[in-house]
Design a protein around this ligand. Structure first.
Ligand SMILES: Cc1ncc(COP(=O)(O)O)c(C=O)c1O
Length: 470
C-alpha cells in the first residue's frame, strides 16, 4: 500500500486524534488541493518580500495576536526559532536558555556556534515533568553572565506548564536584550481568557507559535511575532529568508489565512466549547484511584505560574502501568491516539476542534482502565530527575572535534559528542560538549532497561556513544 492509500484508509477509520494537528482532521475545508497549489506567480506576492496578499495575512495575524509584526512560517516553529535566535545573538555570542527547550533551540546554538548558559526549571516530581522557569532564576544567570544577548524559554511546555513571562520579560528588559518565547504549544492562548495569557500580551519580544499544533491549520504552519525595541527586525527577517524554503506552499499559507479568519470570527466560542468539555472532563480526578490528571492545582508549586488545561497529562505513577502501556491500550482497545507518552505519564492534546464525544470517549476509557489496573503501592520512581551536566565545550566545538565511539558504560567523565533526547518531547538529556556524569549514566541505563529508544545519537539504543577525543 502506498503512502496516499495508507493515509486514506486511516482517515476512514474511527481512530480519534488526541494529537496534532489542531484541526483534528475535522475542522477546515478546501477544494482539491492541486487546484490551489501554485508558486509565487504574479499578483500572489512573495513570502520573502511580502507586500500584497501575504502581507495582508501577516498584518491580520499581528492584529489578532497583538504583535507589531508577524511573519508566516511554513517550515514549522523550527524555522522561527532558528531565525529568532540567529537574529538576536551574534555568531559565537552568549545566550541563556531554559534547559527544557526543544531541540530546535539547541540546533540554533550549534549553527551560531553560541555559548549557552542554562536556566533549570524546577522539576515537579509528583508528576515527573518539568515545572516553570522563574524570573529569579533568569535574573541570576543574567547577573552571572552580563554579556548574554538573548534569553529563550518554552511556555507553555508540552505538558501545559506556563512560566511568569511578564516577570521574566521585565528582568530581561533591564538588560536591554530580547526575550524569545517558544510558544509553539500556545497559539490558542490569545483567543479565550479561560486559558493562560499569551506571551505577546505578557511583553515577550519574539514569540513563535505552531498554529498547526493547537489551532485549525495544516502541519508545518506557524507564526513568528515581534514587538518592541529590543528586536533586531532586519536580522530576524534576514534569517527567516535563509531558514524558510524558497518555494513556500500556498496551500499552507492559505491554511494559515483560513485559520486566522476562523479564529477572528469563531475562536472565542470554539474555545469556550472546549473549555466547557474540559471542565467536565477534569472532574474525573474525583473518580480516579490509580491514575491522576494534572490540573490547575499544579500552580500551587512554587514555580508553576499557570497551567494550560488543554493538555491532558495522565499520570500513571499510582498504577502498575507505564505511560507507554496506557497509551498502547488506549490506542488498540479504544482507538484513541494520544500525542505522546513517557515512562510515568502520557499526554492527550485537545484543541477547539475536539468534539464532546471524543473527550467523553477518553473519560470513559480512563475510568475503565483505572478500575482494571493494579494499584502501585509504592509510587513508581521517576527515571528522570533533574539533571545538570558541566558544559566543557560549546555544542559546535564538540561536534567539530575529533571523536571516538565507546561503550556508554565506559563514558563516565567523557565529553559527549552527540545529542541524546527522547522524541517527543525532543528536550536533550545530554548535549554535545557536556561531561557525562553518574546521574546521566544511570538515567540512560534505566531508559535502556525500559526498552526506550533515543534520538539525536547514531546508535538509537545508546549502547555506544560518540565522545570527544581526549
Ligand atoms: C516546545 C516545542 N518547540 C518547537 C517545536 C517545533 O515545532 P514545529 O514542529 O512546528 O517545527 C516543537 C515540536 O514539537 C515543540 O514541542
Amino acid at each position: 500500500m502506498g503512502l496516499y492509500e495508507k493515509l486514506k484508509e486511516y482517515s476512514s477509520l474511527d481512530y480519534y486524534p488526541f494529537h496534532m494537528p489542531g484541526h483534528k482532521r475535522r475542522l477546515g475545508e478546501m477544494i482539491n488541493p492541486y487546484k490551489l497549489d501554485i508558486t509565487e506567480i504574479a499578483d500572489f506576492d512573495d513570502l520573502h518580500h511580502a507586500e500584497g496578499i501575504l502581507k495582508h495575512t501577516e498584518q491580520k495575524a499581528a492584529k489578532l495576536f497583538g504583535a507589531e509584526d508577524s511573519r508566516m512560517l511554513i517550515n514549522g516553529s523550527t524555522a522561527g526559532i532558528l531565525s529568532a535566535i540567529a537574529g538576536s545573538v551574534r555568531p559565537g555570542g552568549k545566550i541563556a536558555v531554559a534547559r527544557n527547550c526543544h531541540k530546535s533551540v539547541y540546533h540554533a546554538i550549534l549553527l551560531g556556534e553560541l555559548q549557552s548558559y542554562y536556566i533549570y526549571p524546577e522539576y515537579v516530581g509528583e508528576y515527573g515533568i518539568h515545572g516553570a522557569v522563574t524570573p529569579e532564576s533568569v535574573e541570576k544567570i543574567l547577573n552571572e553572565e552580563p554579556e548574554i544577548q538573548a534569553v529563550v524559554i518554552t511556555s507553555p511546555t508540552y505538558e501545559g506548564i506556563v512560566s511568569d513571562v511578564a516577570g521574566i520579560a521585565a528582568v530581561v528588559h533591564k538588560r536591554k536584550i530580547p526575550l524569545i518565547v517558544d510558544e509553539a504549544h500556545g497559539a490558542h492562548l490569545y483567543f479565550n481568557t479561560h486559558f493562560p495569557k499569551g506571551a505577546v500580551s505578557c511583553g515577550a519580544d519574539i514569540v513563535i507559535n505552531s498554529v498547526h499544533k493547537t489551532l485549525p491549520a495544516f502541519t508545518q504552519s506557524a507564526l513568528l511575532h515581534m514587538q518592541g525595541k529590543y528586536v533586531n527586525y532586519q536580522r530576524v527577517n534576514r534569517y527567516l529568508s535563509i531558514y524558510q524554503t524558497s518555494s513556500p506552499s500556498y496551500l499552507l499559507m492559505a491554511g494559515i489565512s483560513q485559520c486566522l479568519q476562523y479564529m477572528s470570527c469563531q475562536g472565542i466560542q470554539a474555545l469556550e466549547y472546549l473549555y466547557e468539555n474540559l471542565q467536565e472532563f477534569y472532574q474525573i480526578n474525583e473518580k480516579l484511584d490509580k491514575f491522576s490528571i494534572v490540573s490547575r492545582e499544579i500552580t500551587t508549586y512554587n514555580s508553576v505560574y499557570d497551567f494550560d488545561m488543554s493538555k491532558i497529562v495522565i499520570s500513571c505513577k499510582g498504577a502498575q502501568m507505564s505511560g507507554e502501556e496506557l497509551k498502547g491500550i488506549l490506542k488498540h482497545k479504544y482507538h484513541l491516539e494520544l500525542e505522546m507518552s513517557a515512562v510515568t505519564y502520557c499526554l492527550a492534546m485537545t484543541t477547539l476542534a475536539d468534539s464532546r464525544e471524543g473527550i467523553q470517549r477518553l473519560y470513559t476509557a480512563l475510568l475503565e482502565q483505572d478500575n482494571q489496573c493494579l494499584k502501585c503501592e509504592t509510587q513508581s520512581q521517576d527515571l528522570y530527575t533533574q539533571i545538570r551536566a558541566k558544559r566543557v565545550l560549546t555544542i559546535a566545538e564538540a561536534q567539530e572535534s575529533p571523536m571516538r565511539t565507546i561503550l556508554l558504560q565506559q563514558s563516565l567523565g567523557k565529553v559527549a559528542g552527540e545529542f541524546i533526547y527522547l522524541y517527543p518531547p525532543g528536550v536533550p538529556i545530554l548535549c554535545p560538549g557536556e561531561e557525562i556524569n553518574q546521574k546521566i549514566l544511570s538515567l540512560l541505563t534505566a531508559y535502556q532497561e525500559a526498552g526506550i529508544r533515543f534520538q539525536g545519537i547514531q546508535d538509537e539504543t545508546a549502547k555506544w556513544i560518540q565522545v570527544v577525543f581526549d
